[in-house]
Design a protein around this ligand. Structure first.
Ligand SMILES: Cc1ncc(COP(=O)(O)O)c(C=O)c1O
Length: 379
């Protein structure tokens, strides 16, 4: 890995060269159960047959015509995205942070004269300047303070009472992923939704990690008591190709003419794969599958009875274990034994299986977790 990539991402020391379903292989031929899945973007696992078909068809057509032209596939995707919140509009872009930026600009447009933007402590919304302002971790934010807008961060359970008539929007994740895998309690989400409604503040649910079936439902917001005006999506929407979307209730209004845009956003190539991916999720009962995978994984880990695990948290296929030792050491030790995972803060290891993960993948992962935690390799 080049020096700059390694300093930004922390080198993993291996090169993943192939993948199928829930497994990947490195350049030395070593096999891994993949519970990392490209930061959760490979929601369907690797080399999904159905998505490969969509890719083949997409490759044979126009890849990028430009969003000013009409495009049946882009319009189909926008319609499908809108239907996720019962008849909404969608701005299609290329990443999670771009979806957040779009939501931020839209919110400011829709609530002129108001000043406050609220988000949660431990929240993560991305690294571009607007998204970074919403992200809590001061380690990410502080070096760029003079570039980013002002955002007030509160504990989720203190948020509802801080919303007032000067509030433009509240950004929240149904399950905080990067911040340590904390599902939002339903009563807390409901109180925030009610307070937003009462004050006509916009509720913006960041479902970039939680959405599209991963947490056991099409969207995780209702599971967390949230009734959002705007939903942000990305990871997994095109099975691992770069894409993002901000979806909002049509009744709210729209961007001003030429108020936002993207060269690649909604390009035909990615849109075709995203339509196929959404159809798979909607028609294949995949959210239910995600729920079962999560239950199997959590009960397998609980069955280990490992003293080193302080807590198991999660929803569907977004899970974390809180451990006493540094998460980064555990992630390395798991990788050494054939399981890919990722850290979610200093003491939490996150597991992001995919719809392709099998019971064999899960039991092998649980076995590896047990071996590492029993041997003390994680310390
Ligand atoms: C909840 C959440 N929001 C936003 C982002 C940013 O997405 P991206 O890395 O695609 O810009 C992420 C990425 O991990 C995320 O988990």
């Amino acid at each position: 890995m080049s020096d700059s990539l390694s300093s930004l991402y922390g080198g993993r020391g291996i090169s993943i060269v192939s993948g199928r379903g829930g497994r990947v292989w490195d350049s030395d031929g070593r096999e891994y159960v993949d519970f990392f899945n490209g930061h959760g973007a490979s929601l369907f696992g690797h080399s999904s047959q159905a998505l490969r078909q969509a890719l083949d068809t997409a490759a044979d057509g126009v890849w990028s015509s430009g969003a000013g032209f009409e495009s049946p596939v882009r319009e189909e995707l926008a319609r499908m995205l809108g239907s996720l919140i019962g008849g909404g509009r969608a701005f299609i872009c290329n990443s999670g942070a771009e979806a957040i930026e779009a939501a931020l600009k839209l919110a400011v447009t829709l609530r002129p004269g108001r000043h406050r933007i609220l988000a949660c402590r431990r929240g993560f919304h991305g690294r571009t300047c607007g998204a970074l302002a919403l992200t809590f971790n001061p380690k990410y934010r502080n070096p760029f303070k003079r570039l980013i807008p002002e955002v007030e961060h509160f504990e989720p359970n203190a948020l509802a009472e801080r919303i007032d008539e000067d509030t433009i929007a509240v950004f929240i994740e149904p399950v905080q992923g990067e911040g340590g895998v904390y599902p939002l309690p339903r009563e807390t989400g409901a109180a925030i939704s009610e307070s937003c409604r009462g004050n006509e503040a916009l509720l913006i649910s960041d479902e970039i990690q939680t959405g599209l079936g991963r947490c056991g439902a099409l969207l995780a917001s209702p599971l967390a008591g949230l009734d959002p005006d705007i939903v942000c999506l990305a990871k997994g929407l095109a099975g691992g190709l770069p894409i993002g979307a901000a979806v909002w209730r049509s009744s709210l209004g729209d961007f001003p003419g030429h108020g936002h845009g993207s060269t690649y956003g909604g390009n035909e190539f990615t849109a075709k794969v995203a339509v196929a991916a959404l159809k798979l999720i909607l028609e294949g009962d995949l959210p239910m599958r995600a729920g079962k995978i999560g239950e199997e994984l959590r009960s397998g880990i609980a069955g280990l009875g490992a003293w080193a695990i302080k807590e198991i948290r999660g929803m569907g296929m977004l899970n974390g274990i809180e451990i006493a030792s540094p998460s980064i050491d555990a992630v390395k030790a798991f990788q050494g034994k054939g399981l890919l995972s990722l850290a979610a803060g200093p003491r939490v290891v996150r597991f992001l299986p995919s719809f392709a993960s099998t019971s064999e993948d899960i039991s092998l992962a649980v076995q590896i977790i047990g071996e590492v935690l029993a041997s003390g390799d994680a310390r």
